[in-house]
Ligand binder design. Structure first.
Ligand code: ZN
Length: 731
């Protein structure tokens, strides 16, 4: 006799800390959301539970409460139970012979010579695993592969809608413009709208919140979590995936034990993607490798940040009506929670794919009740979700053509320091792994530091070299040089602070023992104090920066927030010459291990002095090993050119009617400045004689405001050298 279908409920409960949440996840509990609790300092957790799991938590003294769905979601759910897939006007199941995904994809491809449909395998229950290809039917190594995949997790319907809309837009709208057709002709683009068709069909026919595939596990339970079944870091620990077959995050008996992950792996071996996006719901985040371990940063961090943006300026806005956030978060995957065997880390580790997981937003709240996975079955809402996500998908498609050039200003990738102390961490382009690192110590001694590549070796564009720094407060300057042709990277420390005794000019937060360098750090629990209450602030003294440009802030941090609750956050702010405070960086996720952040301080250009402050808005935050650096080679007199070609912009993203571009120094020869769209179309430009080192763009093309999105600035100097940078326009 078959078992009765398992009922699953979104359920909320409170735990005391991130450590307790970790132990809950080790029980195999399918945690889908957590956020700092409004009172009591713990975390409010939402998990999808069966009745047996509710009892298991109760036995451990955890009081659970089923989440109240919105009235619209409850009505839709009762219609689904009565009518199945016929209850929906927008969402479609897999199997329906007229409206289902299988039939829809076949009809879509049959009607378009520019779209080819392939089955790359079959599921446990025998459904075809369908991948649509846009453009020429063949695959050539001359064209970079770009892979979009959705719905590893059965219940995340909005992600399949995203993939279908992307497929249709690329094939019909983008292909209809000359520039778009040229872009598509230069890529092999693949879209897989449902990675888990069996589970997806089951969410229409039986259990709406089903997550896994439909593998019979032999003990009466069903399903393997396909996004924990990939071969990368498989089963590394029992919090990032579960060994228990009944768990919602069950990883399976072995890496790639499932036909679905086997088919995706074979596809990757045949068509190695340069870039990929895996769509999920519903955290509202752009996640990139690594995801398997707290604090781990991939060597290609600059590449991931160039495409995904930062927490302060991410590549995806959230314009859904009623959404609690204005934009997605952008962070390494572990800042949501560590996972193992997932798509991102596997594709990046195995194929060096620039792999992103986009957690689509839920656009919460319908009268205060909860959407979660149950995104409204409304065309206008899903169309908005797609429009918000289109620019990032296009950026990935475009960036795949030259991942090296996508990494930031200056055209080809340049070496950059991640941290100057307590360890020296420098990211060097793969061609330059023979780089040497030298420090100028406070004593005036120049010391060469032995650096080695860390465990990951070469990334896609960068390799990270790591060496021991000197003392508890770092060096006065650091230089990284190589024989591979790019100019030396030289940065001078204008300020250093790490809560040691010499940091007394810094104020706020609490000094606490232990830190990134093992002695002291600053800490706050983020609770506001006073009347009216104010968030805790760590403030720098005034730091003289006259005549310096290209300022960069480096620091190490831990924080105990949640990507699900970006209102609780830490913000780094800058003010120049006692002016207004402006945010320069933001963190919101969960980071229980030290990691380094690098923040360009473009707002400091031209200032005589700056101040910095860290504002902990409801979030526990630790700070250590702060270093403010600027290019400067004076301490390395034997050094080669210390010039670091760069274009500084007055704001990025550009939100007002004009943006000022600065490059230095001015010259007597001519300079040409051009703004290009991502398709390489010039939209604005000028020839300047003599080169004034600056130009103001009115953010218009032929008199009209340009569309929102990414643009490339290229300045050609009198000596023929070209410098570039990426600009986001978001009116
Ligand atoms: Zn998911």
């Amino acid at each position: 006799m078959p078992l009765a279908a398992q009922e699953l409920y979104p359920t909320s409960f409170t735990v005391a800390s991130h450590a307790v949440l970790d132990s809950v996840r080790r029980l195999g509990i399918d945690v889908v959301e957590y956020a700092p609790a409004e009172t009591g300092g713990g975390l409010r957790v939402v998990a999808v539970l069966g009745a047996d799991e509710e009892r298991a938590l109760a036995a451990r003294g955890v009081t659970t409460q089923r989440v109240v769905l919105s009235a619209a979601a409850r009505l839709l759910e009762s219609r689904r139970i009565a009518l199945g897939a016929r209850a929906f006007t927008v969402f479609r199941d897999y199997d329906d012979s007229t409206r289902g995904i299988n039939a829809w994809l076949r009809a879509f491809a049959a009607a378009r010579p520019g779209v080819t449909l392939d089955s790359i395998g079959a599921t446990v229950e025998g459904r075809p695993l369908l991948v649509a290809k846009i453009g020429a039917a063949d695959d050539t190594p001359a064209r970079p592969n770009v892979f979009f995949v959705a719905t590893y997790h059965a219940r995340e319907w909005a992600s399949t809608e995203m993939a279908l809309r992307l497929l249709a837009w690329l094939a019909d709208s983008l292909a209809a413009t000359p520039a778009g057709a040229a872009l598509l002709a230069a890529r092999d683009v693949w879209v897989m709208p449902v990675a888990n068709p069996d589970g997806y069909q089951y969410t229409f026919s039986t259990t709406r919140l089903w997550r896994k595939n439909r593998r019979p596990n032999g003990n009466g339970s069903y399903g393997v979590d396909l996004n924990r079944n990939h071969a990368g870091f498989f089963g590394r620990d029992d919090a990032g995936s579960s060994p228990m077959p009944g768990s919602g995050t069950y990883r399976g008996t072995a890496p790639e034990s499932e036909p679905e992950t086997q088919a995706i792996a074979a596809f990757h071996r045949a068509h190695r993607p340069d870039a990929a996006v895996s769509y999920h719901t519903y955290a509202g985040a752009i996640l990139y490798p690594w995801g398997h371990e707290n604090g781990a940063l991939a060597p290609d961090q600059p590449l991931f940040r160039a495409l995904a943006g930062t927490a302060l300026a991410p590549a995806i806005p959230d314009r859904l009506p009623g959404s609690t956030r204005a934009r997605y978060s952008a962070a390494p995957g572990w800042q949501l929670y560590p996972t193992n065997g997932d798509y991102n880390d596997w594709a990046y580790a195995e194929f060096r794919t620039a792999a992103f997981t986009v957690e689509l937003t839920a656009g919460c709240c319908d009268g205060g009740a909860w959407y979660g996975f149950e995104f409204p079955d409304e065309e206008a809402m899903l169309a908005q979700l797609f429009r918000d996500n289109l620019a990032f998908a296009l950026g990935v498609l475009e960036g795949a053509g030259s991942l090296e050039a996508a990494t930031g200003p200056g055209g080809p990738a340049l070496p950059q320091f991640e941290a100057l102390w307590p360890a020296v961490r420098v990211l060097v382009p793969n061609a330059e792994v023979s780089a040497t690192v030298q420090l100028a110590l406070d004593t005036g001694v120049l010391r060469t530091v032995a650096v080695t590549s860390d465990w990951e070796g070469r990334g896609r564009v960068f390799t990270r070299l790591v060496g021991a720094a000197s003392g508890s407060s770092g060096a006065r300057a650091a230089r990284a040089g190589s024989d591979a042709g790019s100019p030396d990277l030289v940065r001078e420390a204008l300020a250093r602070a790490g809560a040691e005794s010499e940091s007394m000019a810094w104020s706020g937060f609490t000094r606490a023992p232990g830190g990134a360098e093992g002695s002291w750090h600053w800490w706050t629990d983020g609770a506001c104090a006073g009347t009216p209450c104010a968030a805790p602030v760590l403030a720098s003294p005034r730091i003289g920066v006259a005549g310096r440009s290209g300022l960069m802030l480096h620091f190490w941090t831990q924080h105990s927030g949640s990507l699900f609750a970006s209102a609780k956050r830490g913000v780094v702010e800058l003010r120049a010459d006692r002016g207004a405070w402006v945010p320069v960086a933001e963190v919101t996720g969960s980071a229980p291990a030290w990691y380094p952040l690098v923040v360009p301080l473009e707002g400091a250009a031209g200032a005589d002095s700056i101040e910095l402050r860290w504002v902990a808005d409801g979030m526990g935050w630790k700070i250590d090993a702060i270093t403010l650096t600027a290019p400067g080679g004076g301490l390395f007199t034997a050094g080669r050119s210390a010039t670091e070609p760069a274009i500084e912009v007055s704001q990025n993203p550009v939100r007002s009617g004009s943006v000022t571009l600065r490059w230095a120094p001015a010259g007597s020869g001519p300079a040409q400045v051009f703004i290009y769209s991502l398709f390489g179309t010039p939209v604005a430009g000028a020839t300047l004689l003599p080169d004034p080192g600056r130009w103001m763009w009115d953010v218009r093309t032929r008199g009209l405001p340009v569309a929102n999105g990414a643009y490339i600035v290229v300045v050609t100097r009198g000596d023929g050298r070209r410098i570039r940078r990426r600009l986001i326009v978001a009116h």
